[in-house]
Design a binder for this molecule. Structure first.
Ligand code: PXG
Length: 293
């Protein structure tokens, strides 16, 4: 059976799931989205994702014509319709159909799209050996510009960095803030381990306030690992004992090389492995999700 896609309240087969070419999400990247995972029949941190979606929409002055509870039901309905228990959910809200000018006032009705499927971001062997990352020449958009604190449909900033990594056969890129501090990956937050402590950049570097990041901070604290949120320099990154990325897509993945410098032992680190193990337990705990069935 063909997968079913939710579009504005209806479930339509994938081959018929279409949006107008006049949609400003397509014409201008005008819209917001979320990437959500479901584990063992529970949508992981669904309300945290919805809070972030509605916050992103608020900043870009896009009124989502649905209450959060209705949106939660729509996500669950889409997963049920596709008989999924473990899945990746892409929830997109666009400005809607307008004309050929960018003025958002021309768009009368946002389009709400929910796609449920599978996602694998990096190959399995990269999880085992660790990521080889490149520091990109592309800086994160400034916080007073198209800040990635907003999860908008503008991902060219990340795509440029990803292209650069792809061009030289690296697995992923690390993006610096406009003033040269470590910010994040293309679709991941970043953590370093130094002398047994966990450090991560604040979101005012222009990074997305990641939900996996929040969970990792909680897991670390609960396991007696001190977490510090502060600006990090490239020098500190190169000289970290361990580095890892977090995100809904990659989950948690070790970083073992950055722009030619070996990180720590050059193998996935001890604390990283503890966090990965605890994260697996955390996501399979029903208390951290919303039941689908
Ligand atoms: N930074 C950026 C710029 C992101 O886009 C994260 C950090 C991690 O946030 P979460 O809340 O996921 O821990 C993201 C997440 C995709 C995809 O298909 C992108 C993300 C998540 C899932 C899938 O490209 N971005």
């Amino acid at each position: 059976m063909e997968p079913l896609v939710y579009i504005n309240g209806e479930l339509v087969p994938k081959s018929e799931a279409k949006i107008s070419v006049f949609d400003h999400g397509f014409l201008y990247g005008d819209g917001v989205f979320e990437g959500i995972r479901a584990y063992n029949g529970y949508v992981f941190k669904l309300y945290e994702h919805l809070d972030r979606l509605y916050a992103s929409a608020h900043t870009i002055m896009l009124t989502i014509p649905m209450k959060k509870e209705e949106m939660a039901e729509a996500v669950i309905k889409t997963l049920r319709a596709n008989s999924l228990r473990n899945a990746y959910v892409r929830l997109v809200v666009t400005r809607g159909e307008g004309d050929l000018g960018l003025d958002p006032r021309k768009c009368k009705k946002p389009n709400i799209i929910i796609i449920a499927g599978e996602l694998s971001v990096l190959p399995k062997e990269v999880y085992e050996r660790g990521v080889r990352a490149l520091i990109s020449w592309v800086r994160r958009d400034r916080i007073d510009a198209t800040s990635h604190e907003v999860k908008s449909l503008n991902y060219l900033n990340s795509i440029l960095a990803k292209l650069e990594a792809n061009n030289v056969n690296f697995d992923e890129a690390i993006i610096l803030s406009s003033d040269g501090y470590v910010c994040e990956g293309t679709a991941e937050n970043i953590f370093i381990v130094k002398k047994g402590e966990l450090l991560t950049p604040p979101t005012y570097t222009g990074a997305l306030p990641g939900i996996t990041r929040q969970v990792v901070m909680e897991i670390a604290t609960n396991n007696g690992i001190k977490v510090i949120e502060r600006l990090l320099t490239v020098h500190e990154l190169f000289n970290a004992d361990e580095v890892f990325f977090t995100g809904t897509g990659v989950e948690i993945i070790p970083v073992v090389e950055i722009s030619g410098r070996k990180i720590g032992s050059g193998k996935p680190g001890e604390i990283t492995n503890i966090i990965i193990e605890e994260f697996r337990k955390y996501v399979s705990d029903p208390r951290n999700g919303t039941p689908i069935y």
